[in-house]
Design a binder for this molecule. Structure first.
Ligand SMILES: Nc1ncnc2c1ncn2[C@@H]1O[C@H](COP(=O)(O)OP(=O)(O)OP(=O)(O)O)[C@@H](O)[C@H]1O
Length: 335
Protein backbone atom coordinates (compact mmCIF):
# COMPACT_ATOMS: atom_id res chain seq x y z
CA UNK A 1 0.00 0.00 0.00
CA UNK A 2 1.19 3.42 -0.86
CA UNK A 3 2.31 6.68 0.60
CA UNK A 4 1.01 9.49 -1.61
CA UNK A 5 2.69 12.85 -1.98
CA UNK A 6 1.31 15.89 -3.74
CA UNK A 7 3.90 18.58 -4.38
CA UNK A 8 2.60 22.01 -5.36
CA UNK A 9 -0.07 20.36 -7.50
CA UNK A 10 -2.22 22.62 -9.65
CA UNK A 11 -5.05 21.96 -12.08
CA UNK A 12 -6.56 24.39 -14.53
CA UNK A 13 -9.25 23.97 -17.14
CA UNK A 14 -8.36 26.75 -19.58
CA UNK A 15 -8.57 29.95 -17.56
CA UNK A 16 -10.32 28.23 -14.65
CA UNK A 17 -7.79 27.52 -11.89
CA UNK A 18 -9.43 24.79 -9.87
CA UNK A 19 -6.52 23.45 -7.76
CA UNK A 20 -4.15 26.24 -6.83
CA UNK A 21 -1.06 24.60 -5.37
CA UNK A 22 -1.65 21.72 -2.99
CA UNK A 23 1.12 20.18 -0.86
CA UNK A 24 -0.02 17.10 0.98
CA UNK A 25 1.45 13.85 2.21
CA UNK A 26 -0.94 10.96 2.78
CA UNK A 27 0.68 8.26 4.85
CA UNK A 28 0.69 4.59 4.01
CA UNK A 29 -2.40 3.03 5.57
CA UNK A 30 -3.94 6.37 6.40
CA UNK A 31 -7.65 7.21 6.08
CA UNK A 32 -7.67 10.74 4.68
CA UNK A 33 -10.95 12.59 4.22
CA UNK A 34 -11.38 15.62 1.94
CA UNK A 35 -14.07 18.09 2.96
CA UNK A 36 -14.98 21.60 1.86
CA UNK A 37 -17.82 23.60 0.36
CA UNK A 38 -19.33 22.65 -2.97
CA UNK A 39 -16.99 23.48 -5.85
CA UNK A 40 -13.82 23.79 -3.73
CA UNK A 41 -12.07 21.04 -5.72
CA UNK A 42 -12.46 17.85 -3.65
CA UNK A 43 -13.49 15.60 -6.54
CA UNK A 44 -10.93 17.16 -8.84
CA UNK A 45 -8.17 16.41 -6.34
CA UNK A 46 -9.37 12.81 -6.08
CA UNK A 47 -9.43 12.48 -9.88
CA UNK A 48 -5.89 13.86 -10.07
CA UNK A 49 -4.73 11.21 -7.60
CA UNK A 50 -6.54 8.52 -9.59
CA UNK A 51 -5.03 9.63 -12.87
CA UNK A 52 -8.45 10.14 -14.48
CA UNK A 53 -7.32 13.77 -14.82
CA UNK A 54 -3.79 14.99 -15.55
CA UNK A 55 -2.26 17.53 -13.20
CA UNK A 56 -1.31 20.87 -14.79
CA UNK A 57 1.85 21.56 -12.78
CA UNK A 58 3.55 20.00 -9.77
CA UNK A 59 4.30 16.40 -8.90
CA UNK A 60 2.40 13.38 -7.69
CA UNK A 61 4.36 10.55 -6.05
CA UNK A 62 3.26 7.09 -4.99
CA UNK A 63 5.83 5.52 -2.65
CA UNK A 64 8.37 8.05 -3.85
CA UNK A 65 7.83 7.23 -7.53
CA UNK A 66 6.57 10.00 -9.81
CA UNK A 67 3.25 8.95 -11.30
CA UNK A 68 2.29 12.16 -13.15
CA UNK A 69 2.14 10.37 -16.48
CA UNK A 70 0.82 6.99 -15.26
CA UNK A 71 -2.67 6.04 -16.46
CA UNK A 72 -5.20 4.98 -13.77
CA UNK A 73 -4.77 1.27 -14.44
CA UNK A 74 -1.02 1.51 -13.76
CA UNK A 75 -1.39 3.35 -10.46
CA UNK A 76 -2.85 0.48 -8.45
CA UNK A 77 -5.92 2.41 -7.34
CA UNK A 78 -9.56 1.39 -6.95
CA UNK A 79 -12.38 3.91 -6.98
CA UNK A 80 -15.83 3.70 -5.40
CA UNK A 81 -18.34 6.31 -6.53
CA UNK A 82 -21.78 7.29 -5.31
CA UNK A 83 -23.36 5.45 -8.23
CA UNK A 84 -22.32 1.85 -7.93
CA UNK A 85 -22.24 1.06 -11.67
CA UNK A 86 -22.66 -2.70 -11.30
CA UNK A 87 -23.27 -4.77 -14.43
CA UNK A 88 -27.03 -5.48 -14.22
CA UNK A 89 -26.95 -8.82 -16.04
CA UNK A 90 -24.11 -10.27 -13.95
CA UNK A 91 -24.50 -11.94 -10.60
CA UNK A 92 -22.78 -10.37 -7.60
CA UNK A 93 -19.99 -12.95 -7.80
CA UNK A 94 -19.26 -12.14 -11.45
CA UNK A 95 -19.48 -8.41 -10.83
CA UNK A 96 -16.83 -8.76 -8.16
CA UNK A 97 -14.65 -11.12 -10.21
CA UNK A 98 -14.93 -9.20 -13.48
CA UNK A 99 -11.84 -7.01 -13.05
CA UNK A 100 -9.76 -10.03 -12.07
CA UNK A 101 -10.96 -11.92 -15.13
CA UNK A 102 -9.91 -9.02 -17.35
CA UNK A 103 -6.52 -8.99 -15.64
CA UNK A 104 -6.31 -12.76 -16.38
CA UNK A 105 -5.90 -13.59 -12.70
CA UNK A 106 -5.70 -17.31 -11.95
CA UNK A 107 -9.26 -18.63 -11.45
CA UNK A 108 -8.66 -20.21 -8.05
CA UNK A 109 -6.91 -17.07 -6.83
CA UNK A 110 -9.81 -14.91 -8.12
CA UNK A 111 -12.30 -17.14 -6.34
CA UNK A 112 -10.34 -16.91 -3.12
CA UNK A 113 -10.24 -13.11 -3.29
CA UNK A 114 -13.94 -12.73 -4.12
CA UNK A 115 -14.94 -14.97 -1.21
CA UNK A 116 -12.57 -13.24 1.17
CA UNK A 117 -13.96 -9.79 0.23
CA UNK A 118 -17.53 -11.09 0.46
CA UNK A 119 -16.78 -12.41 3.93
CA UNK A 120 -15.32 -9.09 5.06
CA UNK A 121 -18.35 -7.21 3.78
CA UNK A 122 -20.86 -9.85 4.95
CA UNK A 123 -22.34 -10.36 1.51
CA UNK A 124 -21.45 -14.05 1.08
CA UNK A 125 -25.14 -14.97 0.98
CA UNK A 126 -25.72 -12.55 -1.90
CA UNK A 127 -23.12 -13.85 -4.35
CA UNK A 128 -25.71 -15.60 -6.55
CA UNK A 129 -28.05 -12.64 -6.81
CA UNK A 130 -28.39 -10.05 -9.54
CA UNK A 131 -27.89 -6.36 -8.63
CA UNK A 132 -31.62 -5.65 -9.00
CA UNK A 133 -32.28 -8.14 -6.19
CA UNK A 134 -30.20 -6.09 -3.75
CA UNK A 135 -30.87 -3.06 -1.58
CA UNK A 136 -28.94 0.14 -2.21
CA UNK A 137 -26.64 -0.54 0.72
CA UNK A 138 -25.94 -4.07 -0.46
CA UNK A 139 -25.15 -2.80 -3.95
CA UNK A 140 -22.70 -0.30 -2.52
CA UNK A 141 -21.04 -3.10 -0.55
CA UNK A 142 -20.69 -5.10 -3.77
CA UNK A 143 -19.09 -2.04 -5.40
CA UNK A 144 -16.67 -1.82 -2.47
CA UNK A 145 -16.03 -5.58 -2.74
CA UNK A 146 -15.21 -5.19 -6.40
CA UNK A 147 -12.59 -2.63 -5.38
CA UNK A 148 -11.14 -4.81 -2.61
CA UNK A 149 -10.56 -7.91 -4.77
CA UNK A 150 -8.21 -5.99 -7.01
CA UNK A 151 -5.89 -5.56 -4.05
CA UNK A 152 -5.25 -1.91 -4.82
CA UNK A 153 -2.50 0.22 -3.29
CA UNK A 154 -5.00 3.00 -2.72
CA UNK A 155 -8.77 3.18 -2.32
CA UNK A 156 -10.50 6.34 -3.51
CA UNK A 157 -14.07 6.98 -2.39
CA UNK A 158 -16.15 9.82 -3.86
CA UNK A 159 -19.21 10.29 -1.65
CA UNK A 160 -19.94 6.56 -1.68
CA UNK A 161 -22.85 6.78 0.76
CA UNK A 162 -24.67 9.83 -0.54
CA UNK A 163 -27.33 7.83 -2.42
CA UNK A 164 -28.28 5.76 0.62
CA UNK A 165 -31.01 6.51 3.13
CA UNK A 166 -30.07 7.49 6.68
CA UNK A 167 -30.08 4.01 8.23
CA UNK A 168 -28.11 2.45 5.37
CA UNK A 169 -25.60 5.26 5.49
CA UNK A 170 -24.85 4.45 9.10
CA UNK A 171 -24.61 0.70 8.46
CA UNK A 172 -22.37 1.12 5.42
CA UNK A 173 -20.25 3.72 7.22
CA UNK A 174 -19.57 1.18 9.95
CA UNK A 175 -18.71 -1.32 7.24
CA UNK A 176 -16.14 1.05 5.74
CA UNK A 177 -14.65 1.77 9.17
CA UNK A 178 -14.32 -1.98 9.75
CA UNK A 179 -12.78 -2.45 6.34
CA UNK A 180 -10.14 0.14 7.15
CA UNK A 181 -9.50 -1.58 10.45
CA UNK A 182 -9.20 -5.02 8.80
CA UNK A 183 -6.98 -3.78 5.96
CA UNK A 184 -4.74 -1.69 8.12
CA UNK A 185 -2.14 -1.02 5.46
CA UNK A 186 -4.67 0.17 2.84
CA UNK A 187 -4.41 3.87 2.09
CA UNK A 188 -7.88 5.35 1.76
CA UNK A 189 -8.93 8.75 0.48
CA UNK A 190 -12.54 9.70 0.93
CA UNK A 191 -14.56 12.71 -0.26
CA UNK A 192 -17.70 13.59 1.65
CA UNK A 193 -20.12 16.37 2.56
CA UNK A 194 -21.14 14.53 5.70
CA UNK A 195 -19.69 15.80 8.97
CA UNK A 196 -20.27 12.54 10.78
CA UNK A 197 -18.55 10.49 8.10
CA UNK A 198 -15.58 12.86 8.11
CA UNK A 199 -15.25 12.94 11.90
CA UNK A 200 -15.73 9.21 12.47
CA UNK A 201 -13.84 7.68 9.56
CA UNK A 202 -10.84 9.95 9.19
CA UNK A 203 -7.39 9.54 10.64
CA UNK A 204 -6.89 13.03 9.26
CA UNK A 205 -9.19 15.50 7.51
CA UNK A 206 -8.05 17.92 4.80
CA UNK A 207 -10.26 21.00 4.62
CA UNK A 208 -10.24 22.53 1.14
CA UNK A 209 -11.28 26.04 0.30
CA UNK A 210 -11.32 27.41 -3.20
CA UNK A 211 -8.65 25.05 -4.54
CA UNK A 212 -6.29 25.34 -1.58
CA UNK A 213 -5.76 23.40 1.63
CA UNK A 214 -7.05 25.42 4.55
CA UNK A 215 -6.04 22.98 7.31
CA UNK A 216 -5.06 19.33 7.63
CA UNK A 217 -5.33 17.55 10.95
CA UNK A 218 -6.99 14.87 13.02
CA UNK A 219 -10.73 15.30 13.61
CA UNK A 220 -10.00 16.33 17.21
CA UNK A 221 -7.41 18.91 16.13
CA UNK A 222 -9.79 20.51 13.66
CA UNK A 223 -12.64 20.53 16.16
CA UNK A 224 -10.61 21.82 19.10
CA UNK A 225 -7.99 23.97 17.41
CA UNK A 226 -9.27 25.30 14.08
CA UNK A 227 -6.70 27.49 12.34
CA UNK A 228 -9.22 29.92 10.89
CA UNK A 229 -12.79 31.15 11.18
CA UNK A 230 -13.49 29.17 8.01
CA UNK A 231 -12.43 25.82 9.49
CA UNK A 232 -14.12 26.64 12.80
CA UNK A 233 -17.38 27.23 10.95
CA UNK A 234 -17.00 24.26 8.65
CA UNK A 235 -16.10 21.51 11.13
CA UNK A 236 -18.81 20.68 13.65
CA UNK A 237 -22.55 20.26 13.37
CA UNK A 238 -24.54 22.25 14.26
CA UNK A 239 -22.20 25.02 13.28
CA UNK A 240 -20.18 27.14 15.69
CA UNK A 241 -21.75 30.46 16.77
CA UNK A 242 -19.77 33.54 15.78
CA UNK A 243 -20.11 36.83 17.66
CA UNK A 244 -18.53 40.08 16.53
CA UNK A 245 -18.57 43.72 17.57
CA UNK A 246 -18.99 44.44 21.27
CA UNK A 247 -19.49 40.75 22.09
CA UNK A 248 -16.05 39.95 20.67
CA UNK A 249 -14.36 43.08 21.95
CA UNK A 250 -15.28 42.07 25.48
CA UNK A 251 -12.95 39.10 24.88
CA UNK A 252 -10.21 41.11 23.14
CA UNK A 253 -10.82 39.65 19.74
CA UNK A 254 -12.52 40.46 16.41
CA UNK A 255 -14.56 37.29 16.20
CA UNK A 256 -15.61 35.09 19.10
CA UNK A 257 -16.58 31.49 18.32
CA UNK A 258 -18.55 29.20 20.64
CA UNK A 259 -19.92 25.82 19.74
CA UNK A 260 -23.61 25.24 20.57
CA UNK A 261 -22.65 22.28 22.77
CA UNK A 262 -20.32 24.46 24.87
CA UNK A 263 -22.95 26.86 26.18
CA UNK A 264 -24.71 26.28 29.51
CA UNK A 265 -28.02 27.67 30.67
CA UNK A 266 -27.41 29.14 34.12
CA UNK A 267 -29.43 30.97 36.81
CA UNK A 268 -30.08 34.64 36.11
CA UNK A 269 -27.32 36.84 37.42
CA UNK A 270 -24.59 34.21 37.02
CA UNK A 271 -24.32 34.15 33.23
CA UNK A 272 -22.71 36.09 30.45
CA UNK A 273 -25.68 36.92 28.25
CA UNK A 274 -29.46 36.89 28.54
CA UNK A 275 -31.86 36.57 25.65
CA UNK A 276 -35.24 35.44 24.43
CA UNK A 277 -35.83 32.03 22.84
CA UNK A 278 -36.88 32.97 19.30
CA UNK A 279 -36.86 29.45 17.85
CA UNK A 280 -36.62 25.99 19.36
CA UNK A 281 -36.10 22.52 17.87
CA UNK A 282 -36.68 19.40 19.95
CA UNK A 283 -34.81 16.44 18.47
CA UNK A 284 -35.77 14.09 21.26
CA UNK A 285 -32.24 13.52 22.49
CA UNK A 286 -31.23 17.16 22.11
CA UNK A 287 -32.78 20.60 22.12
CA UNK A 288 -31.63 23.36 19.81
CA UNK A 289 -32.54 26.72 21.33
CA UNK A 290 -32.00 29.91 19.34
CA UNK A 291 -31.49 32.89 21.63
CA UNK A 292 -31.66 36.52 20.62
CA UNK A 293 -29.02 38.14 22.80
CA UNK A 294 -28.82 41.26 20.64
CA UNK A 295 -26.11 39.95 18.31
CA UNK A 296 -26.42 39.91 14.49
CA UNK A 297 -27.87 36.42 14.59
CA UNK A 298 -29.50 34.31 17.30
CA UNK A 299 -27.08 32.20 19.32
CA UNK A 300 -27.69 28.47 19.05
CA UNK A 301 -27.54 26.56 22.33
CA UNK A 302 -27.54 22.76 22.32
CA UNK A 303 -28.87 21.10 25.44
CA UNK A 304 -29.39 17.38 25.96
CA UNK A 305 -32.58 15.84 27.32
CA UNK A 306 -36.14 17.05 27.68
CA UNK A 307 -36.30 20.71 28.58
CA UNK A 308 -39.79 21.90 27.74
CA UNK A 309 -38.65 25.49 27.26
CA UNK A 310 -41.34 27.62 25.61
CA UNK A 311 -40.77 30.09 22.81
CA UNK A 312 -40.42 33.58 24.24
CA UNK A 313 -38.75 32.35 27.46
CA UNK A 314 -35.83 34.41 28.68
CA UNK A 315 -32.68 32.44 29.40
CA UNK A 316 -29.28 33.34 30.77
CA UNK A 317 -26.32 31.55 29.23
CA UNK A 318 -22.61 31.15 29.82
CA UNK A 319 -19.95 29.73 27.53
CA UNK A 320 -18.10 26.83 29.13
CA UNK A 321 -14.60 27.60 30.37
CA UNK A 322 -11.81 26.58 28.02
CA UNK A 323 -14.08 26.31 24.98
CA UNK A 324 -13.92 29.83 23.57
CA UNK A 325 -12.39 30.37 20.14
CA UNK A 326 -10.97 33.84 19.60
CA UNK A 327 -9.92 35.14 16.19
CA UNK A 328 -8.11 38.31 15.11
CA UNK A 329 -9.00 40.68 12.28
CA UNK A 330 -7.32 38.29 9.79
CA UNK A 331 -9.50 35.38 10.99
CA UNK A 332 -6.44 33.73 12.56
CA UNK A 333 -6.78 32.16 16.00
CA UNK A 334 -5.60 33.99 19.14
CA UNK A 335 -4.33 31.40 21.62
N1 LIG B 1 -13.85 19.65 -16.71
C1 LIG B 1 -14.00 20.84 -16.11
N2 LIG B 1 -13.92 21.99 -16.80
C2 LIG B 1 -14.05 23.19 -16.19
N3 LIG B 1 -14.27 23.36 -14.87
C3 LIG B 1 -14.35 22.24 -14.13
C4 LIG B 1 -14.22 20.94 -14.69
N4 LIG B 1 -14.35 20.04 -13.69
C5 LIG B 1 -14.57 20.76 -12.57
N5 LIG B 1 -14.56 22.07 -12.83
C6 LIG B 1 -14.74 23.16 -11.84
O1 LIG B 1 -13.80 22.98 -10.81
C7 LIG B 1 -14.34 23.35 -9.56
C8 LIG B 1 -14.16 22.21 -8.57
O2 LIG B 1 -14.98 21.12 -8.93
P1 LIG B 1 -15.05 19.79 -8.05
O3 LIG B 1 -16.03 18.88 -8.69
O4 LIG B 1 -13.68 19.29 -7.83
O5 LIG B 1 -15.61 20.38 -6.69
P2 LIG B 1 -16.13 19.59 -5.41
O6 LIG B 1 -15.47 20.24 -4.25
O7 LIG B 1 -15.94 18.14 -5.57
O8 LIG B 1 -17.65 20.00 -5.44
P3 LIG B 1 -18.97 19.22 -4.93
O9 LIG B 1 -18.84 19.17 -3.45
O10 LIG B 1 -20.07 20.12 -5.38
O11 LIG B 1 -18.97 17.89 -5.59
C9 LIG B 1 -15.78 23.72 -9.82
O12 LIG B 1 -15.87 25.12 -9.84
C10 LIG B 1 -16.07 23.12 -11.15
O13 LIG B 1 -17.05 23.85 -11.83
Amino acid sequence: MAKIELKNVTKSYGAAHVIKGVDLEIRKGEFMVFVGPSGCGKSTLLRLISGLEEISTGDMLFDGQRVNELVPSDRGIAMVFQSYALYPHMKVYDNMAFGLKLAKTDKAEADRRVREAARMLQIEHLLDRLPKQLSGGQRQRVAIGRAIVRNPRVFLFDEPLSNLDAALRVATRLEIAKLHHDMESATMIYVTHDQVEAMTLADRIAVLRDGRLEQVGTPAELYERPNSVFVAGFIGSPKMNFLTGEFAHAFDCSTLGIRPEHIDIVPEGTGMWTGEVVHAEDLGSDNFLFLDIGADEPVLVRQPGKLGIALGSRLTIRPRDGHLHRFDANDAPIR
